[in-house]
Design a protein around this ligand. Sequence first.
Ligand code: HEM
Length: 516
Amino acid sequence: MEILMIQGALGFFALSLLFLLLKLTFSWWVSPIQTHLKLKRCGFGGPPPSFPLGNIQEMKKKNNLSPSIGSSMLTHDIHSTVFPYFSRWQNSHGKVFIYWLGTEPFLYIADPEFLKKMSTEVMAKKWGKPRVFRHDRDPMFGNGLVMVEGNEWARHRHVIAPAFSPINLKAMASMMAETTNQMIDRWIVQINSGNPEIDVEREVVETAGEIIAKTSFGMKGKIAKEVSEKLRALQMILFKTTRYVGVPFGKCFNIKKALEAKKLGKEIDNLLLSVITSRMKSVKRQTQEDLLGLLLQGNHQGDGKLGETFTSRDLLDECKTFFFAGHETTALAISWTLFLLAMHEDWQNQLRDEIREVVGDQELDINVLAGLKKMKWVMNEVLRLYPTAPNVQRQAREDIKVDNLTVPNGTNMWIDVVGMHHDPELWGKDVNEFRPERFMDDVNGGCNHKMGYLPFGFGGRTCVGRNLSFMEYKIVLTLLLSRFSFKVSPGYNHSPAIMLSLRPAYGLQLTVQPLF
Ligand code: HEM
């Protein structure tokens, strides 16, 4: 009897194991091969993948270009430096092709006409976000607005969008100026101590972290700094080390880093939860019209009906999303601007003249800032050459027809913003030159396709915080240009790199001189 029971248990175990093996073989081998064949039948080419890494091996190959050391070799022709593999594959497979991260197929798109035809077919809430990135991005975004899909996305967006109304933005201006002035005071102390070389990227990212924490969550300086530092450390762990996204058991290759990331993610969650809990108890929570205030009241649907309240998990994920999405991209846009202005003294002077004429002694207010037209051209041109969000991602949740092609349900998409912004066929021969005046009479900077310029994404999922970023950009830049002049430091190593955002790999050292 006992022997029969043991045999039965062993049989069950063997069957379960067999079932698991069959399931894994299907999802890691059979299903990707089926998808590969389907995509080929649909007419999409691309570099041949191998099992189980897909094209990751080739993506890890270093490009031949060494970083340009010293300011005399600076070039803005960065596509082949930051995405060498896409640049190589474009030469042999064109601007739309399939490549593989492990066993996950990605449709690469750097053709704005293809993108236009594809996106007109799909409503914003029908777009998915690649599930394969979820694990990696979870500690930063959780299921916040950047990652959420379907009706849930529509509901979150509806609650969040009013936080960026002109009235709310107006209230944030003085806090932005105050925090920037604290950074300026630190710089003065450093310069007076005989060291005029400042890593502006580090400084501006820290300041932007404080700004978003104060303006969106009413956080105090110390805790904001702590969250910002932990997020930065988390990002370094997640995006600097060798990653095997999409590869079966890929997470196990870097178990130590994965555990470190998990621990940091938990610490960030706890810090933000403490802020949320104390705001929930506070009497001010109903009246404070910052992002957290709106989320705490977040069960209105705007049509008089009651919706569902955000759970505390939703709140936490939105806070993380805004903290990360809201400071890093803007801070890097400001940093790359200071770098480009340091290379182009004429533009530094033109902006200073504009600030004197438009702002003068007035308070920095959203209406006054709207008059800084040249500064807006500069911002547009900086985000063209150095798009701080270097790609946009989608996943098809249904088959999508583009002319006689079909993009099958489930296909991941990688839209190469850096590639399009540096494409001479879209912008002309001067594509890699810094020429802000190209935006003087054209919001698309003279690009010959209206979807060739996408610093804030496209369609209904376009960046919800862009107006906040315009305001912050103008305030920080106005205050800095009014106090200092900038030159590229001889020690600066020009190595733009992708660590989720497009950032200077070794910081951005500028020589900073007070103007008076
Ligand atoms: C220069 C600054 C910024 C740049 C370049 C930028 C860029 C982008 C891009 C490319 C997207 C993806 C759009 C798409 O999928 O089509 C995005 C989405 C988003 N951004 Fe920004 N962003 C900036 C500033 C901000 C700020 C200041 C905030 C918040 C305070 C913010 C919050 C978000 C959120 C929540 C989303 C997801 C929107 C959705 O899927 O509905 N961003 N941003």
